[in-house]
Design a binder for this molecule. Structure first.
Ligand code: NCD
Length: 306
């Protein structure tokens, strides 16, 4: 039995297979409509979510399966003090696979140890978000046609943004990928990623504060929201929250093929006027998230569709 805690739990070849499967699902939806009949997905969300939880649920429904779960710690027995370990032992009797989001780093890992069903990390604190990474990789591969030879700008809250942490880990395995890390001083990428992932793998990168300086060089701009819920005080958040706002004026610095991605939710960091720009692909990205989660569920449940 396999779990998904980090994008590195799959080899590059396995990721390719999952993306190929997602591509086939996109083209032949009806072929997969009954693939998970009789199976259940539990969504255990101790932290707010719209896209991730609903796209998991939509994915399982598209496969003909059923879903159950909770969408906040308050509406589960966690509010009564139940541990993650006890919850997962019980859920293992009710469902065939589960997706867990938790504010504490490592909580889904604790769940794996006691689970008799596959556990998917749907975001653990400021640590990792592997299924967003699968979504991002599929989006880039589908719309750019490659995952190598790319200059990628990661912009915003690189300190607390778990989507960025997982995406960097995944992308360093492809050839000739360079990063431009765009953030205010206070929200720079944590050392354990800069040193242990980028430097250790000899990946070319630079850190800059101004977004417009970086834009002309980029094949891809990955915008992120300032992660309000991970700040220790409101004052710091208020100071940081509008540090970057991508608008039409700023986009004049970017090339005609530069894709704009965002895991969403967006707050202020991308002006609504940018949505109509053909380079803005963040809503398409959310759609790819359903296909890739369908492919992931099939893979972890070892369901083959001929
Ligand atoms: C991201 C997350 O939860 O980390 N959202 C998502 O899953 N699409 C990004 C965010 O909340 O900023």
């Amino acid at each position: 039995m396999r779990h998904l805690m980090s994008p590195l739990d799959f080899t590059v070849e396995e990721l390719d297979q999952i993306m190929d499967l997602a591509g086939d699902i996109e083209k032949h939806r009806e072929k997969y409509a009954h693939a998970c009949e009789g199976k259940k997905l539990a969504t255990l969300f101790y932290e707010p979510s719209t896209r991730t939880r609903l796209s998991f649920e939509a994915a399982m429904m598209n496969l003909g399966g059923n879903v159950l779960g909770f969408s906040s710690a308050n509406s589960s027995s966690a509010a009564k003090g139940e541990s993650v370990s006890d919850t997962i032992r019980m859920i293992s009797c009710y469902a065939d696979i589960c997706a867990m989001r938790h504010p504490k780093e490592g909580a889904p890992m604790v769940a794996c140890a006691k689970s008799s069903i596959p556990v998917i990390n749907a975001g653990d604190g400021g640590h990792q978000h592997p299924t967003q990474t699968l979504t991002d990789l599929l989006t880039i591969r589908s719309l750019k046609g490659r995952l190598n030879n790319l200059t990628i700008g990661l912009c915003g809250d690189l300190k607390f943004g778990r989507t960025v942490h997982s995406l960097i880990r995944a992308l360093v395995r492809y050839e000739n990928v360079r990063f431009i890390l765009i953030s205010p001083e206070e929200l720079r990428l944590p050392d354990y990623i800069r040193d242990d992932v980028l430097r250790r793998n000899n990946i070319e990168f630079k850190e800059v504060i101004r977004m417009d300086e970086a834009l002309p060089e980029l094949d891809l701009l990955y915008m992120t929201r300032v992660q309000k819920e991970r700040f220790f005080n409101e004052e710091d958040y208020v100071r940081m929250k509008d540090f970057y706002i991508l608008d039409k004026e700023k986009l004049k610095h970017a090339g005609p093929d530069m894709l704009i991605l965002h895991p969403l939710p967006r707050v202020n960091e991308i002006a609504v006027e940018v949505d109509d720009d053909p380079r803005a692909v963040y809503f398409k990205q959310a759609q790819y998230g359903v296909y890739v989660r369908m492919a992931l569920i099939l893979t972890l449940l070892e369901v083959k569709v001929c």
